[in-house]
Each structure stands twice: as structure tokens, then as C-alpha cells.
Ligand binder design. Structure first.
Ligand SMILES: Nc1ncnc2c1ncn2[C@@H]1O[C@H](COP(=O)(O)OP(=O)(O)OP(=O)(O)O)[C@@H](O)[C@H]1O
Ligand SMILES: [Mg+2]
Length: 266
């Protein structure tokens, strides 16, 4: 919490300012404004098509931004204002910022032609310039952390979905990200391995101060690890509160209905 002696409040680690996203002529996000503080873990919930994945993909710069601004640690990620005009930031600046952001996808997205170890050390060596020996040491530590110390030389195809997802988490952590984006990382998994993957993420939440923006239908996980839950509907945040409030006493009828449906299906 800020103290009265703090000269300047810290910049939010992520800020969306008047963000708009269209696909062709369809407006998916409109006038979207929110901030996420350093170390905060925020879960996005909301019906299918409400724009959750789009928000994460915008932060990862996997989608173009139709209007508005996104800031990472106060620095513009896609467009900036210069002389009253909205102009794209340099590729170099964008790359510097995205290097601090890691994403884990529903479908793992490991490189199929590389071993587990190669998957993990690739970006640290080629993007961060870490020397190979150090990258390998760190990869071993991370594989230990995600419970797969003996899978170093396996290829992704030889692993179960749950194992592949734990490798994908290790790969993201190997970049030592400030921000970790998680998009339904357990949705493609058999129910019995979901708990292993969630345990790894609970451990990451408990042992690091990485900022997390999470999309999940695992409501008990969301409740346990999130500082805040944002309910999205039709590309707008209709409610944002601590998990206790959202899950026990949401302000909006829409949130209540959504949660009732999700919890009924669970
Ligand atoms: N590449 C694309 N081209 C056209 N429309 C898209 C594209 N990606 C997403 N959309 C549309 O944008 C809207 C938001 O999609 P998004 O994937 O962000 O939703 P979501 O909240 O993640 O949904 P889900 O819970 O089903 O994953 C949807 O209407 C979707 O059809
Ligand atoms: Mg989605």
C-alpha cells in the first residue's frame, strides 16, 4: 500500500486507455479502461465472446489495436501520443516491452521439433542473450519446479497434455517475465491433470511477485489466487472487485447469472 511519504505513486504495470478493438467491422472492445498494479493477480471472467482472449492478445501484441493506448510500466506499447497525434511506437520499443511479458496458451504451443530443454532455453538465449550454460541451469531448476525434472530430452509429442502445459509454463518463466498472461491454460486438459497444472500456478503465485492476468473457468483457483476479478460482458468491464465480493455478493445481476451458469456446469 502507498504510504504518505511516497513521493509518486508507482505506475500501473498495465494500463488500457480508451482501448477499442475491431475485427473487420465488428467492434469487440470499446472504450475499455483499466489498470493493473505491479504484482497484482487479476482474473478476467465473462461469457464466451466477451473479449477475454482479445485483451490478452493485445497485451502480447498478437493483435493490432484499433484505437486507444496500452501502457506497460507507463511506456506506450502500440501507439503513443506525439504532438497531439496517435502514432505507432518503434518496433524496438515494442520488442523491449513484450520481452517482459510471457503468455501461456490453452493449446500449449510448444515448438514440436525441439526437445523440452530446447523449448525452454530458446528465447532466453536468442532474445535475452543469456549464455547457454546459465540458460540450461535455469531450465533444469524450472523443470524441477514444475515437477518434470526427468523430461529434459523428451519431445513435446511424447508428453501428456498436462506435462506439455507444465513445460509451457516453465518456458514462459524462463524469460523471467514481469507479466504473465494465462489464457484458459487448463481447458484442453483431462480433468485429472488439471489439478497438477493449477498447483504449479498456485506455487508461482505464492513464490514470485509476477503480475498475472488470468482467464480461467476454474473458479476456485481464481478465487484463491486472484487479488481482483474483472467481469467482462460485450467487451466492457461491468464489474471489478476482490474475489470474495465477486463470488459471494456481486453487484451486477449479469455477474450473478454468469457465475450461476459456470458453477452449475462445473
Ligand atoms: N481473429 C478474429 N477475427 C474475427 N473475429 C474475432 C477474431 N478473434 C476474436 N474474434 C471475435 O471477437 C470476439 C471476442 O473474442 P474473444 O476470443 O476475445 O472472446 P473470449 O471472451 O476469449 O471467448 P471464449 O470464452 O470463448 O474464449 C468474439 O465475438 C470473436 O468471435
Ligand atoms: Mg478466449
Amino acid at each position: 500500500m502507498p504510504t504518505p511519504t511516497d513521493a509518486k505513486p508507482a505506475m500501473p504495470v498495465i494500463e488500457f486507455r480508451d482501448v477499442e478493438k475491431q475485427f473487420d467491422t465488428k467492434t469487440v472492445l470499446k472504450e475499455l479502461n483499466f489498470t493493473i498494479e505491479r504484482g497484482e493477480r487479476v482474473t478476467l471472467i465473462g461469457p464466451s465472446g466477451s473479449g477475454k482472449t482479445t485483451i490478452l492478445r493485445l497485451v502480447m501484441t498478437l493483435e493490432g489495436l484499433t484505437d486507444g493506448y496500452i501502457y506497460i510500466d507507463g511506456a506506450p506499447l502500440v501507439y503513443e501520443q506525439r504532438d497531439g497525434k496517435r502514432v505507432p511506437v518503434s518496433k524496438r520499443q515494442q520488442k523491449l516491452l513484450t520481452t517482459r511479458i510471457g503468455m501461456v496458451f490453452q493449446q500449449f504451443n510448444l515448438f514440436p521439433n525441439m526437445t523440452v530443454l530446447e523449448n525452454i532455453i530458446e528465447a532466453p538465449i536468442h532474445v535475452l542473450g543469456i549464455n547457454k550454460r546459465d540458460a540450461i541451469d535455469r531450465a533444469h531448476q524450472l523443470l524441477e519446479k514444475v515437477g518434470l525434472p526427468d523430461k529434459t530430452d523428451a519431445h513435446p509429442t511424447a508428453l501428456s497434455g498436462g506435462q506439455q502445459q507444465r513445460v509451457a509454463i516453465a518456458r514462459a518463466l524462463a524469460m523471467d517475465p514481469e507479466i504473465l498472461l494465462l489464457d484458459e491454460v487448463t481447458s484442453a486438459l483431462d480433468p485429472e491433470v488439471v489439478v497438477d497444472v493449477l498447483q504449479v500456478l498456485r506455487d508461482v503465485a505464492a513464490t514470485t511477485d509476477v503480475t498475472m492476468l488470468i482467464v480461467t473457468h476454474e473458479m476456485s483457483f481464481a478465487r484463491d489466487v486472484s487479488h481482483r476479478v474483472m467481469m467482462l460482458d460485450g467487451g466492457k468491464i461491468i464489474e471489478s472487485a476482490d474475489p470474495e465480493t465477486i463470488f459471494t455478493n456481486p453487484a451486477k445481476e449479469r455477474t450473478k447469472k454468469f457465475l450461476a451458469a459456470v458453477l452449475r456446469d462445473a
